[in-house]
Design a protein around this ligand. Structure first.
Ligand code: ARG
Length: 303
């Protein structure tokens, strides 16, 4: 197990890390209770501090389009029930860090998040009990007073035993160090430096084993150099498309097709030039809560 903080810590290439299968399953949460009822990130209110108004019917329609797009790629989508009073539970990338059986060597494990905001705390046991029924072994962090928000900040590298871990407003360095040691997984710690990019998944998407999509200025200098040291192909999203269009909150389930918020024309063009198929989706109602395609689902497995 190695903790990577600077490029000087990288004494290997991706090919030296053990191969693991790509995650092959997707969980989504019924958006019945989705809304913007409080602001816990900079995207949820306007310049006057008013909460953004959600068109809930349109949100439901957008959620279904995303679900159908994922299913059209041959991936079965498991849907967990909503939780009354918890409008953010639809962002189900956040409540647990799923650990595949390829990593544990036994049953798959779900490590419970410690949500940064109490307003989201009750989402964790709800998602955990659903995953338990899917065969996941529940697990918890030892330290009570550290933050960790699952796959909002913890991104599994597709196909290799490596975890990319965002450190910032939602997840603490110490949480990832504990997880890296416990799982014996090489973990790259990436400090986030811009409040609009409050989760790592708003600034970095792993598309394929050798390719990422990212907005480098959201990461510290060392973090940028770490990504550069390990990932040979890096597709950069421009500032406006990253900050306002959530371009980096994209999801590539198969290493070939990228599901991404519509209207990010420059990013789309760069993805296509790099050989990816791009499927644009409208997540405008969810962007009002600070989330888009990637955080509206949890990719997990194989179990
Ligand atoms: N309103 C939610 C929050 O602030 C949005 C979460 C989006 N999730 C993500 N992984 N970026 O917690």
């Amino acid at each position: 197990m190695t903790i990577l903080r600077t490029p000087a810590d990288v004494a290997f290439t991706l090919q030296d890390l053990p191969r693991i299968p790509r995650a092959d399953q997707v969980l989504m949460v019924d958006p019945a209770d989705y809304d913007v009822l409080f602001a816990i990130n900079p995207h949820m209110q306007d310049a006057e501090g008013n909460l953004l108004k959600v068109d809930r019917k349109e949100a439901r329609r957008q959620w279904w389009c995303l679900r159908e797009a994922i299913e059209s790629l041959g991936i079965h989508v498991e849907v967990a029930p909503p939780l009354e009073g918890f409008p953010d539970i639809v962002f189900c990338a956040n409540q647990v860090l799923p650990v595949s059986s390829a990593i544990t060597g036994r049953a798959p494990m779900a490590i419970a998040s410690h949500m940064a905001s109490d307003l989201r705390a009750a989402e964790v046991p709800h998602i955990m009990s659903f995953l338990r029924e899917l065969g996941y072994q529940p697990s918890a962090l030892k330290s009570r007073d550290i933050k960790m928000e699952g796959m909002g900040d913890g991104l599994w590298h597709p196909g290799r035993r490596l975890l990319w871990a965002g450190v910032g407003p939602r997840s603490d360095d110490a949480a990832w160090v504990e997880i890296a040691k416990r799982l014996d997984v090489t973990t790259a710690l990436l400090p986030l430096v811009d409040p609009d990019f409050y989760h790592l998944d708003t600034a970095l998407a792993m598309l394929a084993e050798d390719t990422c999509l990212w907005y480098p200025p959201a990461l510290s200098k060392d973090a940028q150099e770490l990504v550069e040291a390990l990932i040979p192909n890096r597709i950069e999203a421009p500032e406006i498309e990253s900050r306002r269009g959530f371009a980096c909150n994209a999801f590539c389930p198969d290493g070939e097709t990228v599901l991404i918020q519509q209207g990010n024309a420059i990013t789309k063009d760069r993805l296509e030039t790099a050989g990816f198929r791009v499927r644009e989706l409208n997540t405008s109602e969810f962007m009002k809560s600070g989330g888009s395609v990637f955080c509206m689902k949890l990719q997990h497995g194989p179990d």
